[in-house]
Design a protein around this ligand. Structure first.
Ligand SMILES: [Zn+2]
Ligand SMILES: [Zn+2]
Length: 266
């Protein structure tokens, strides 16, 4: 039984055939999906993600303001997220949050400030965080070191495509590393080398669908069933059976996000 630890299935890309997509996931033994709500927090995207999680038993929800949308973050957004975390069912993480200096969809200083604020708020709520970082490695680590302190720093660097140095620093801070379909791409030798090196109790797998479909689906719309291809690739790299990768990434997912704990105990 596989876990897709990061997917975006609440969006319009899946409106036409969402039930079929989730049936294919089930048929492929992808029994748990963490759906990540993103977008302008004032546009109803988080409510939409939570509603989806309510409708499907095996879908959990994360909400948080993506660095692309940092310019929309304000006090009202923060109180909305806090409120939804309290009242929404099966909302198990704050994210995705972080820095994206590749696209620069929001100004960098705004991204940094909003990342800091959300880290503080997540720590305050006792929720693990999902980190998105692109071309901002030094800044990401510095901010995590200064803002996300405490007995334990819980979270994951999702869709990892950074340097080995970033991975080691993230591990050092206590984070997990999640691999997406990128690890199956022909040119991703460095990433595959890294996937051989990450401790097995720190690994997660994800699709980040609808983007980044793994080989042999590359270029198509991605969907949770394809997380099996990511697991297959990791299994080959580590000399494991695919079932072992499924089992260990599920155990890691459960220990990080604690999906079975009641909201009040988090
Ligand atoms: Zn991301
Ligand atoms: Zn994402």
């Amino acid at each position: 039984m596989f876990v897709d630890s990061h997917a975006h299935i609440d969006g319009p890309e899946f409106d036409a055939d969402r039930d079929a997509v989730l049936e294919r996931a089930q048929a492929a033994a992808v029994t748990t999906i963490l759906n990540v709500g993103t977008g302008d927090p004032h546009s109803g995207v988080f409510e939409r993600a939570i509603e989806l999680g309510r409708r499907y038993d095996r879908v959990y929800t994360a909400i948080g303001v993506h660095p692309h949308d940092a310019r929309f973050y304000d006090d009202r957004a923060e109180s909305l997220i806090r409120e939804l975390l309290k009242t929404g069912e099966r909302v198990i993480a704050w994210g995705e949050i972080g820095l994206d200096f590749h696209y620069d969809n929001s100004p960098r200083d705004v991204q940094e400030e909003v990342f800091r604020r959300q880290l503080r708020a997540a720590r305050d709520c006792g929720l693990p965080v999902i980190i998105h970082t692109r071309e901002a490695e030094t800044e990401t680590i510095e901010i995590l070191q200064s803002e996300y302190t405490g007995a334990e720093r819980r979270g994951v660097f999702h869709c990892f495509s950074g340097s080995r140095d970033l991975a080691l620093r993230a591990l050092d801070l206590g984070f997990l590393i999640s691999f997406s379909g990128i690890v199956t791409f022909r040119k991703a030798d460095d990433l595959r080398a890294l996937a051989q090196e990450i401790p097995l109790d720190r690994l997660l797998i994800e699709t980040d669908c609808p983007f980044l479909a793994p080989v042999p689906y590359r270029g198509k719309r991605n969907e949770p069933a394809y997380v099996v291809e990511v697991a297959r690739c990791i299994a080959e790299l580590r000399g494991l059976q695919i079932e072992q990768v499924a089992e260990l990434t599920r155990a890691n997912f459960e220990s990080l996000f604690d999906p079975f704990a009641p909201a009040s105990a988090r």
